[in-house]
Design a protein around this ligand. Structure first.
Ligand SMILES: Cc1cc2nc3c(=O)[nH]c(=O)nc-3n(C[C@H](O)[C@H](O)[C@H](O)COP(=O)(O)O)c2cc1C
Length: 296
């Protein structure tokens, strides 16, 4: 069974410890070396096909996180992945060095800022700096907005990332229907939820083909079928994001649906589907099971 995680920023494990314990690992909200207030309200809006947010990396800063939040997270008994962010390679190196002696399972490098001018070079520099600072497994999280996400994934691989987290949000805008003014304080924000599904699939598909690295797939996953699609595209684990705001029981449900959907396709373990989207078109599924016209 592929590991099921939460997407960074979509679950407060200390407020909902049982939800965190229903996951195979808990991923923290992105932490930066210095505290950040984040953006002014309004920071979250519902949209037709998902959610729009402009949290702005609000977090207590690395010191406070390591001394206060992390010990309490580790007490939950769930493996903890820490998401780190910053504005230069040194920020990532500093956070990784500080976390190297802590009991965290992995570090996710949130290098998703789509505004970077040369994302290949910037990502390679950040991952190399992080790699030099820690022996912990590193997962590099990329934006789906990159012009060539596979090229950036390859750069992260060259610099020593152990895996990829795909994908972060896409930039979007929502207007108030009465005033026609932007709903969010920053006008645009990150779009998440169902609208991201095909975008995430394409990014996972491209990056698996380019790198073969372990991939945590995310973007609009709401059912076991959505998770299985990501695995077939190349993911080795899945993360639940926006769905957790609406359905905190999603982890157990998605896991059960995933097992059932894979089984119906003749796959003993959902992970056996990994990469199947890349096989020759005429190749049958491993079981050669006849697939019903409609499966859930
Ligand atoms: C409210 C909110 C806060 C988020 N905060 C972070 C964050 O701190 N770091 C990060 O890497 N991604 C953050 N994300 C992006 C998610 O981790 C995930 O990549 C994205 O939402 C796609 O998954 P989903 O469609 O299942 O939500 C946030 C998303 C939302 C909705």
């Amino acid at each position: 069974m592929p590991p099921l995680l939460n997407a960074s920023g979509c679950l407060d494990a200390l407020a909902a410890p049982d939800v965190a314990r229903s996951l195979d690992a808990f991923v923290t909200k992105t932490v930066t070396p210095l505290p950040r207030d984040g953006n002014a309200p309004v920071r979250i809006a519902e949209i037709d096909c998902g959610m729009l947010n402009t949290i702005g990396l609000a977090n207590p800063g690395l010191d406070d996180f390591v001394c206060d939040t992390l010990p309490r997270l580790l007490e939950l008994g769930v493996p903890v992945w820490v998401s780190v962010g910053g504005f230069r390679a040194g920020d990532y190196a500093e956070s990784c060095a500080r976390l190297d002696d802590e009991g965290v399972e992995a570090i996710e490098l949130n290098v998703s800022c789509p505004n970077v001018e040369s994302p290949v070079e910037a990502t390679e520099e950040i991952v190399a700096a992080a790699r030099a600072a820690t022996a912990k497994p590193l997962f590099t999280k990329l934006s789906p907005q990159l012009p060539d996400v596979a090229a950036v994934a390859l750069a992260a691989a060259r610099a020593g990332t152990d895996g990829l987290s795909l994908v972060n949000t896409l930039r979007g805008l929502a207007l108030d229907p009465r005033t026609l003014a932007p709903v969010l304080s920053t006008a645009t924000g990150g779009v998440s939820g169902p609208v991201l599904r095909p975008v995430a699939l394409a990014a996972v598909h491209a990056c698996y083909a380019a790198t073969g690295l372990p991939i945590v797939g995310m973007g609009g996953v709401e059912t076991g079928r959505h998770a299985l699609d990501l695995i077939a595209a190349g993911a080795s684990a899945c993360a639940l994001g926006t769905i957790l705001f609406r359905d905190p029981d999603a982890p157990a449900r998605v896991r059960a649906e995933l097992a059932r959907t894979a089984f119906r396709l003749g796959l003993e373990d959902p992970l056996a589907a990994r990469g199947l989207a890349h096989r020759e078109a005429e190749m049958p599924l491993p079981s050669e099971t006849k697939i019903p016209a409609k499966v859930d």
